[in-house]
Ligand binder design. Structure first.
Ligand SMILES: [Zn+2]
Length: 390
């Protein structure tokens, strides 16, 4: 397939009238393109309810975690492999339609791996099992050997693995130290929610004593602290920070990459980029694009050859307006064609998300007569997410 692009934005500058060749036949032409594609460096595919309340803001993540009123039981939902797999697949397809060619997923890792292997067309995935001291979540002793096995599994550059310590408050200090050691000795990826409403860098310094050899992926980091000196690469999730705390990291120099955090609530990278341009201003669009593309690949050490996103408008105009790309390629193969992934449009994916959400409330709702009994027994999941008609 021959592709012509008027303006291809790359980390090495804008290239004009570029001709590219991809797998397949035919020819296409686009007004603009991105190489490599967009990276969602932090996403929770199983969050369908953030406990958000109209007009309410929290001062930090601990207050939000302890006082939020959820509609669904988070622990039992995380153990529902069928529902979580459906949510992971929908997250991957929604993300693809917003130009995401690489996505890092936390949450139920079994569901994420199932989705990443069963779905025909999907972005590259890095799955990061969460370590949290809470019922319903696997402890490190179970997760660590699985991660080591997965690291050796050759998924043709489409599936990576890392580990995610939930936070300084909800993951034990012992586990955090062990994870950093594992990360340092095995060159493994390690992420953590950090400094989300309260400065935590000094707490982490006290726990670890010295900076880790391998960079830690610090998610949020919205305080005025020097994360880089402690070998932390930060991921900003502007939409969720603004929704929860009414503020986010304003200094772009302190941000390494971006994440959507709750894609099923706020959308994926096209939506996030629109928010980021509003926060950091249009003048910084090139810096924003670097953090939304190549920096994400560097963060997760993932190959980006063949990963492109193409728009029918000039790039700045498309991103400012939150326009989705018409074609997305991963490893040189079309992932999105004419705004569809696996044959589904964006609106069809949104409608499937609300159906799965309703089913989740039926199975795991906590405002009814009792947990999981809100509307009587569940009718079962009837969403045909086979993704084979492309
Ligand atoms: Zn998060």
């Amino acid at each position: 397939m021959e592709v012509e692009v008027e303006e291809l934005h790359t980390p090495w500058g804008v290239k004009e009238n570029v001709k590219l060749t991809f797998k397949g036949t035919g020819s296409l032409s686009f007004r603009s393109g991105l190489y490599p594609g967009l990276v969602d460096s932090h996403a929770h595919p199983h969050v369908i309810d953030g406990g958000l309340e109209e007009g309410r803001k929290w001062s930090n993540y601990i207050e939000w975690f302890e006082k939020r009123r959820l509609l669904v039981n988070e622990s039992t939902l995380r153990q529902d492999l069928e529902l979580c797999t459906a949510l992971s697949k929908l997250t991957l397809m929604l993300s693809a339609l917003e130009g995401t060619t690489l996505i890092a997923l936390t949450g139920n890792y079994k569901a994420n791996i199932r989705a990443a292997t069963e779905l025909k067309n999907k972005p590259r995935v890095v799955t990061m099992p969460t370590i949290i001291n809470k019922n319903g979540w696997d402890p490190l002793e179970i997760v660590a050997p699985i991660i080591k096995q997965l690291e050796n599994f050759d998924a043709n550059d489409m599936l990576g693995v890392g580990i995610f310590c939930h936070s300084l408050r909800y993951t034990s200090e012992k586990y955090i130290r062990t994870c950093v050691q594992l990360c340092d000795t095995n060159n493994m990826l390690l992420g953590i929610h950090l400094s989300e409403g309260i400065p935590e860098l000094d707490v982490l310094r006290r726990i670890l004593l010295k900076p880790p050899k391998t960079s830690i992926i610090g998610v949020h980091c919205i305080e005025d602290e020097d994360y880089e000196t402690f070998n932390i690469r930060t991921v900003q999730c502007a939409s969720s920070n603004l929704a929860l705390y009414g503020r986010t990291q304003r200094e772009l120099g302190k941000v390494y990459a971006f994440g959507s955090d709750w894609p099923l609530l706020f959308g994926s990278m096209v939506n996030e980029l629109k928010v980021l341009i509003d926060i950091h201003s249009e003048k910084k669009i090139d810096d924003i694009i670097l953090r939304a593309t190549i920096n994400g690949y560097k963060l997760f050490k993932v190959d980006f050859r063949g990963d492109y996103v193409f728009f029918d408008d000039k790039l700045e105009k498309a991103l400012r307006a939150g326009k989705r790309p018409s074609y997305v390629f991963v490893k040189g193969y079309p992932l999105v064609r004419e705004g569809k992934v696996n044959g589904y449009t964006y609106d069809e994916i949104l409608s499937m998300i609300s159906q799965v959400r309703e089913e989740a409330i039926k199975r795991h709702g906590i405002w009814g007569e009792g947990d999981g009994k809100r509307d009587g027994p569940s009718s079962g999941l009837r969403i045909p997410i086979h993704a084979s008609n492309s």
